[in-house]
Design a protein. Structure first.
Ligand code: DC
Length: 220
């Protein structure tokens, strides 16, 4: 019989899942949250919503971006347009602004502290937003494997997409995420690292689930 996630309903239990772009972390995080019956926050959507709110014309205006971050409406996170590549590029530009990151911090920490547990996916959840999270998972894959997946996703929408352009954009995004001064993408020392280059979704889920149950049993 599959072991159940058994955690007191009145105590927080933050599951922090981080990793580079297109590593599969959002898919894995959402599936885990559904399986464990926990609330789920894809924090990339916060940066995407801020990027979309300021738009291309004001993208360099950090004060406007911080205002958009402070007044973010949670229902804006359901907008399907947040998932497109143009918004992704705007998101990575507002994500380097310290004012924006600061404005989104309390929001993310409140979500993480929900009683009964919560799953958050991002780049800096285990390292910066919730450094004391009892359960940290870092999902990664080679840039070539991530580009191949991204290429297949994009090609389903547009057959004009060029593989070398997808690979170059991912490399640019990795460099920007890792090099920014505030909350860069790092692997927390106490994280379970799952390399999905040669691990399918089912195997990744199984490993992550086992780790979460073990951490929950230990922290009770
Ligand atoms: O995971 P994503 O592609 O939806 O993220 C969009 C952008 O936001 C990406 O450039 C990284 C950034 N981001 C971040 O800086 N910190 C997070 N916790 C989540 C996303």
């Amino acid at each position: 019989m599959t072991q159940r996630f058994d955690w007191p309903a009145d105590r927080p239990f933050t599951i922090a899942i981080d990793g580079p772009a297109s590593s599969g972390k959002s898919t894995i995080g959402a599936r885990l949250a559904a399986d464990l019956e926990l609330p789920f926050l894809d924090t990339g959507l916060l940066y995407r919503a801020v990027g979309k709110a300021v738009g291309e014309t004001r993208i360099e205006d950090a004060a406007a971006a911080a205002r958009a971050a402070r007044s973010l409406d949670p229902t804006a996170l359901d907008d399907p347009a947040l998932h497109n590549e143009t918004v992704g590029a705007l998101a990575s530009r507002v994500a380097v602004m310290p004012e924006v990151r600061q404005a989104l911090l309390a929001w993310q920490r409140d979500f993480a502290a929900r009683p009964g547990g919560a799953v958050l996916v991002g780049r800096d959840i285990g390292s910066h937003v919730c450094p004391a999270a009892p359960c940290k998972i870092f999902i990664t894959a080679t840039v070539e494997a991530r580009a191949a997946r991204r290429f297949e996703q994009l090609r389903a929408l547009d057959d004009g997409v060029i593989h070398s352009a997808v690979l170059a954009e991912l490399r640019r995004r990795d460099a920007r995420d890792a090099a920014r001064a505030i909350a860069p993408l790092v692997t927390p020392d106490d994280a379970l690292v799952l390399d999905t280059t040669s691990l399918d979704v089912a195997a990744t889920l199984e490993a992550a689930r086992g780790f979460i149950l073990e951490r929950a049993a230990r922290c009770r």
